[in-house]
Design a binder for this molecule. Structure first.
Ligand SMILES: Nc1ncnc2c1ncn2[C@@H]1O[C@H](COP(=O)(O)OP(=O)(O)OP(=O)(O)O)[C@@H](O)[C@H]1O
Ligand SMILES: [Mg+2]
Length: 333
């Protein structure tokens, strides 16, 4: 798909240059316990700025507080304390202007089953006061792969189609900020690629994008900044590249011609971890800042082994995510 996007992008909710597209200070949310359940501190003192124009991932395990964060911005959940601004507008004091600046795709599939995608888009455009000549119903439905379903009842759409319809709905008023809470859960790979192509193009043209996803490779590929929350607290927030470079962990997998029963002694005790991962495969986990790959290869040759194949693996967002959330869980325990 080629994303052709009309020029009436980002309807003007002009505000004097806000610092960040979204600015959140000391945001907390405690859900009251119901039916004898204890109360739940879903967000604890989160402060975060999402820069204008960024492609920002909010990551965290199930129940970390991601949807709570997003639903506060959407006005679906009332914060307990703290402050949140959207495009410089306070979500409570300047609620209308804040709402106009943002388009939100919620995690829950809440669609009226008796509307068709076209009707839903038109109703939404009406709600936001988008004039007829500025409406982009067909363009957006095309982009999310629903053009041929434009006139079918929503109840006849599959789960993945409904999710894509929610994405389309959030784009109707060409918001400056697009927030996507798990937009690709249950969406097949082909359409996921198409959806991201479109969102990436919107971002290129200036739309700020905030997303949550459990597909960490998606976040790594798309997002320039990443925040990780765990148990309602922010445990990391930085450029994706910076976070990954801080990991300082790599893996070298060496396949040798010989058959091994164990790791040769000579390879042990050099400041890295080494394990036998197959009868002729050794895996070295090392910190590039401390151990040079040449030294490892030198030791392999001293062990009288013949290298048949070499693979190095950089650490990825998944490694980082697991490390940070585990460290944080250990602190809490
Ligand atoms: N309406 C509610 N009432 C009480 N507790 C809630 C409510 N909504 C969410 N919670 C709790 O708050 C915590 C955070 O939930 P939230 O939905 O924000 O997590 P999440 O990071 O979006 O998780 P997931 O990855 O599963 O979508 C969870 O422990 C959840 O059970
Ligand atoms: Mg969620």
């Amino acid at each position: 798909m080629t994303a052709s996007i009309a020029q009436n992008q980002n309807n003007d909710t002009s505000n004097s240059t806000p610092n960040g597209a979204i600015e959140v200070k000391n945001l907390s949310k405690t859900y009251k316990g119901q039916y004898g359940q204890p109360e739940k501190h879903a967000l604890n003192d989160v402060s975060l700025t999402i820069p204008q124009g960024s492609f920002f991932a909010l990551l965290g395990p199930n129940g970390a507080g991601k949807s709570t964060f997003i639903n506060i911005l959407a006005g679906l959940v009332i914060k307990t304390s703290g402050q949140a601004k959207i495009w410089g507008y306070d979500i409570e004091d300047q609620m209308r202007a804040a709402r106009r600046a943002i388009g939100i795709v919620p995690q829950e599939l809440n669609l009226d089953p008796f509307f068709t995608p076209r009707e839903l888009m038109e109703v939404q455009a009406g709600l936001y006061g988008v004039p007829q000549n500025k409406r982009r119903t067909d363009e957006i439905l095309e982009a999310v792969g629903l053009a041929d379903k434009a006139n079918s009842y929503a109840r006849t759409l599959s789960g993945g189609m409904r999710r894509r319809l929610l994405v389309a709905k959030a784009m109707v008023h060409s918001p400056k900020i697009l927030v996507l809470d798990e937009p690709t859960a249950g969406v097949d790979i082909e359409l996921r690629i198409q959806l991201w192509d479109y969102v990436r193009e919107l971002n290129r043209q200036g739309t700020t994008v905030l997303l949550t996803t459990h597909y960490l490779e998606e976040a790594e590929e798309l997002c320039d900044k990443v925040a990780i929350i765990n148990h309602g607290r922010l445990v990391a927030c930085d450029e994706t590249k910076t976070l990954l470079s801080k990991m300082d962990a790599k893996e070298l997998i060496v396949t040798v011609a010989e058959t091994l029963n164990d790791v040769p002694d000579i390879l042990r005790g050099h400041g890295y971890n080494v394990t036998l991962t197959g009868p002729n495969q050794l895996s070295f986990q090392y910190s590039p800042s401390k151990v040079e790959i040449a030294k490892i290869l030198d030791l392999v040759s001293q062990a009288q082994l013949t290298v048949a194949d070499l693979v190095t693996k950089e650490s990825d967002l998944e490694d980082l995510f697991l490390r940070l959330t585990r460290e944080d869980n250990a602190k809490i325990a």
